[in-house]
Design a protein around this ligand. Structure first.
Ligand code: ZN
Length: 318
């Protein structure tokens, strides 16, 4: 019996997507431009099937509800696992062949009130790869709501948006209220709250296959933008690497780490659960072979994890 929870990734076609998820990760993806792999998700818009024999036929949201003990809760007590009434994280790989819209996400309070009790969305990006000269948008320069609205009205995007070059291995934390956009030529591993609420500020006046522009949500965006937040100057990781582990972010929603394995390493798993994504190389986790593109959940009480091989992972936990 597997110590780890294995999931079937789900894929989403996007107008800005590409084919790298098939080409570089070997995933079987649908035809057309595919923008997102939802690798660890219990969200209703993409609830990953569980592959373990003993839980065959269940999705991650069902496993969360019926086996809370796997996630730090009490057996038989639905909703007892830490993190709330639903699996709280969502791990994605994003293949941006085109530019994503300029967007912003609400926080939990705004989403609960205006989006049918949804979670808000805090997210972070680890740059898996990017083309030479690729940029990213994180943050904006208007001093307040009125100035932001005016700059949008006048199309002063270059002045308004904080855009900077990115490099493989960069990391960006995107709090709710931060204006952001992933640009063409970027492959990213995203760790986020399990939410799908996005307010589009600007979509470059693009039209979809149906000849129509996608909906914008300027009024909601103006409500939720954090005008006081300081925009970052780069995504370079400055945290020290200690015994192969670099803490990329720690906040009240999640902690995200990069883990490098060369040979073997013991990783403690004292958390309610831990998400692990192999982003480079190959090896084993708890004796099970894994390679680039593998995503697993290490459940509560699984004990220390033995990692072997030559690989890099992104791990997250509450
Ligand atoms: Zn976003």
């Amino acid at each position: 019996m597997s110590k780890l929870i294995h999931l079937q990734p789900l894929f989403h076609n996007k107008i800005w997507g590409g084919r790298r998820l098939e080409r570089e990760y070997g995933y079987q993806i649908p035809a057309g431009p595919v923008g997102e792999c939802w690798a660890i998700s219990a969200h209703p818009a993409g609830d990953c099937p569980v592959l373990n024999d003993e839980y065959a036929g269940m999705t991650l949201s069902q496993l969360w509800d019926e086996h809370p003990e796997l996630f730090g809760g009490t057996a038989g007590e639905k909703g007892s696992a830490p993190g709330g009434d639903r699996f709280p994280l969502l791990i994605k790989i994003i293949d941006a062949d085109g530019d994503l819209s300029i967007q912003v996400h609400p926080d939990d309070a705004y989403a609960a009130e205006h989006e049918n009790g949804s979670l808000g969305k805090r997210e972070c990006w680890y740059v898996l790869d990017c083309n030479e000269g690729t940029t990213i948008v994180v943050g904006q320069r208007a001093s307040g709501r009125e100035e932001f609205a005016q700059m949008v009205e006048e199309g002063r995007w270059g002045e308004l948006l904080n855009e900077m070059p990115i490099h493989k291995g960069d990391f960006f934390q995107i709090d709710a209220g931060t204006v952001h956009a992933i640009k063409a030529g970027t492959l990213i591993l995203e760790t986020q709250q399990s939410s799908d609420v996005t307010y589009r500020v600007y979509d470059y006046d693009r039209v979809g296959d149906n000849g129509k522009k996608r909906e914008l949500h300027l009024a909601q965006s103006l409500d939720v933008i954090d005008y006081a937040a300081k925009a970052p100057e780069s995504g370079a990781v400055t945290a020290p690497e200690v015994d192969g582990v670099t803490e990329l972010e720690a906040n009240e929603t999640y902690t995200v780490e990069r883990i490098r394995v060369k040979g073997s390493k013991t990783l403690a798993q004292p958390w309610p659960f831990m998400c692990l994504s192999v982003i480079e190389g190959a090896g084993t986790i708890a004796g099970e072979p894994v390679e680039k593109g593998a995503h697993v959940v290490a459940p509560c009480g699984c004990g220390d994890l033995e990692l072997t091989g030559d690989m890099t992972l992104i791990a997250s936990h509450l």
